[in-house]
Design a protein around this ligand. Structure first.
Ligand code: HEM
Length: 636
């Protein structure tokens, strides 16, 4: 067995660090008990069942004084050796009762199982099997080298009701065509214009809800706050819709949240009862979901019709960096491009972008604030940067690029709290991982959580240390720089298309908040535990007290020079970063679309090739790379 049982993590310490010592005692005890049981081998199913079953018979026969029994015992012993050898080439298997895992964030027991079974193992619940992958090389194989052999599997089934054939669940030809159509919409000019809007929305929230809280002294639930901020931003970015959820609720906002929560509910519910049409109408939550989808579809149809009318009225020439000042949304780009698609597909695309770009960023900001609440020294370093570079204005793209420590804080937050913590795939063909064969049809969980917290891949894996990625003027860490041990935005051709968008959004929000307010965990509120849906949520919110920052410097340094504080956060920051090839500094922060957009733009032509070679080279401006990058490269 490719056991990783050799790993020695003090398990109590891990559980505490997962929950940050903050889940309530009963939950902590349950988690500890389960952890003990997993590590004691209760769930182990190793070796050969046939060999185990025949062992008592063999022992009995071996006692036969006549000799024939001894002979049979010898034959059985030989067969047993063969069975054991065959079993060794089978995937290590953990068996268990699904109820053990339901009710707690699924990635926590998966981490404990990883410590016992290693980088690849099968998890069996009755007839249902999952293969859990926690190895950078195997992950690269699934996401990049052999990406053709995998589909989104269960994910497509779960998300069908809300995303249909949108980019996240889609596979095959639909995915290729839609990725090629959508990626160019996130070009350089688009992202620059979005950055301005991020600042507007962040300031709107800071001067509204947070200012009120600071004045009243009432704590704010920051997970909800970030969720609303991200919804306002993504609504403007995708279809130029003013949710303004930071200041009010309306039926469309309620409908969007109903659909989002339903998607999360379905991803963890044990029985997909909603597939039986009568239950879709009989069960109240399913009825609410149907009603919500109706509201969303009608709203989207209205927005599409309005945007179509605007495109006709403008009659503007479409170029690859097309951007309308009146409506710089992705929807406008798609309609102006003359993209011929059904309105159902367009709705699926918009809904997918809305969900993909909302929950994830909100979760990243939530956990970043949680980490910062425990690391005032990091807050000071962020402030020093923001004061020097941005001051009170809205950050520009160029300024965001200079906020290098702030960016590292987000990078480190995404390592400790990856969103989503698990990537889902289904093997379409057999695939081989060292001595193990994963058969076609297997459902696979790539545990990003395990990769990001692996003691084999990271020194002090559970510690918050933004300096771990090397010097601040080095490349922004991503799956390539870290050799697939770090996957904040996935990797390969299905890598997130909104990575740059999301990083800029998160940095902007953080810069605006840190410049203006002091935040502290609110005493007397429920402690912060984790629960999971598509992303990692808090159990009962992240409640924080907000106070105006006492020592805001009047203005940024006028010469624009940045004096970066260099003191490391902890002694651990001097620990060696994971050995991985680094990409050139120039490729650190790309403008515009995802670093994997080139791969998508040229999806059929580059199949089987490193999808990043084009994108990374493209940023250095090489002609060859531009050719590889296709439309997206040209756009940049
Ligand atoms: C911090 C915020 C974000 C995080 C952590 C994140 C993370 C990810 C990850 C890990 C994947 C890969 C999923 C997989 O391989 O199964 C992904 C895919 C995707 N993301 Fe993001 N994302 C973020 C923001 C965004 C934004 C803002 C958008 C849109 C504007 C977006 C759109 C998408 C889409 C469309 C895909 C599917 C790509 C494909 O399959 O071709 N994401 N994201």
């Amino acid at each position: 067995m490719a056991a990783l049982g050799q790993l020695s993590i003090p398990r109590k310490q891990f559980i505490a660090s997962v929950g940050n010592g903050s889940v309530d005692n009963e939950d902590q005890k349950k988690a500890d008990d389960l952890s003990e049981r997993i590590l004691s081998g209760e769930f182990t199913d190793s070796g050969s069942t046939k060999e185990k079953l025949t062992r008592p018979v063999r022992k009995l026969l071996a006692q036969d004084p006549v000799g024939i029994g001894r002979l049979m015992a010898l034959v059985l012993a030989r067969a047993g050796r063969e069975w054991r050898a065959q079993a060794a080439a089978r995937l290590p298997t953990a068996t268990g009762d699904i109820r053990e895992i339901v009710g707690q964030p699924v990635f926590v027991p998966l981490y404990n199982l990883y410590l016992r079974y290693g980088k690849i193992f099968k998890l069996s619940f009755g007839p249902k099997n999952f293969i859990i992958i926690s190895d950078p090389g195997y992950t690269r194989q699934i996401l990049q080298t052999n990406a053709d052999k995998y589909s989104k599997g269960i994910l497509s089934e779960i998300l069908d009701f809300v995303m249909g054939q949108g980019l996240i669940p889609a596979d095959g030809e639909v995915w290729k065509v839609r990725r090629r159509a959508i990626v160019p919409a996130l070009h350089k000019k688009y992202v620059a214009s979005m950055v301005h809007m991020f600042g507007d929305c962040a300031v709107h929230g800071a001067e509204g809800k947070l200012a009120e809280a600071a004045a009243s002294g009432e704590p704010v639930e920051m997970e909800n706050y970030f969720s609303r901020l991200a919804l306002d931003i993504i609504g403007k970015a995708v279809f130029n819709y003013e949710f303004d959820s930071l200041t009010h609720d309306d039926p469309v906002i309620v409908a969007v949240y109903t659909a989002l929560r339903e998607a999360e509910y379905r991803s963890t519910a044990p029985i997909p009862y909603w597939n039986f049409p009568p239950l879709r109408w009989l069960v109240p939550r399913q009825r609410r979901c149907q009603d919500a989808l109706k509201v969303i579809n009608e709203t989207l149809d209205g927005l599409i019709a309005k945007c179509k009318a605007l495109v006709e009225e403008e009659g503007a020439d479409f170029g690859e960096d097309f951007l309308s000042e009146r409506d710089p949304s992705i929807l406008h780009f798609l309609l102006a491009s003359g993209d011929e698609i059904s309105s159902k597909q367009l709705r699926d695309d918009l809904m997918t972008l809305l969900i993909a770009g909302h929950e994830t960023t909100a979760a990243v900001l939530t956990w970043t604030m949680y980490l910062l609440a425990q690391h005032p020294e990091a807050v000071e370093r962020i402030r020093a940067e923001v004061d020097a570079v941005v001051g009170d204005g809205l950050p520009t793209v160029e300024q965001l690029r200079e906020l290098r420590f702030t960016t590292r804080v987000i990078n480190e937050s995404m390592r400790l709290y990856p969103q989503p913590p698990v990537l889902i795939r289904r093997a379409l063909e057999d695939d081989v991982f060292d001595e193990y064969t994963v058969p076609a049809g297997s459902d696979i969980f790539i545990s990003v959580w395990n990769l990001h917290r692996s003691p084999q891949l990271w020194p002090e894996p559970n510690a918050f240390n933004p300096d771990r990625f090397g010097p601040l003027d080095g490349p922004i860490p991503n799956e390539i720089t870290e050799g697939f041990s770090y996957l904040p935005f996935g990797g390969g051709r299905r890598k997130c298309i909104g990575d740059q968008f999301a990083l800029f959004e998160a940095i902007t929000a953080l810069a605006v908040l840190m410049r203006r307010y002091d935040f502290a965990l609110a005493p007397g509120k429920p402690e912060v535990g984790m629960t999971t849906g598509a992303t990692i949520h808090t159990v009962a919110g992240l409640w924080m007290n907000v106070k105006p920052r006492a020592d805001v410097p009047a203005a940024p340094h006028s010469n624009g020079s940045v004096v970066l504080p260099v003191s490391p956060l902890s002694s651990s920051s001097t620990a060696a970063a994971p050995a991985a090839p680094k990409v050139p500094v120039g490729a650190a922060f790309t403008d515009g679309s995802s670093s994997s957009d080139a791969a998508a733009a040229a999806a059929p032509a580059t199949a089987g090739k490193c999808p990043f070679s084009g994108a990374l080279g493209m940023l250095k401006g090489s002609d060859e790379a531009k050719q590889q990058g296709g439309a997206a490269a040209a756009a940049l």
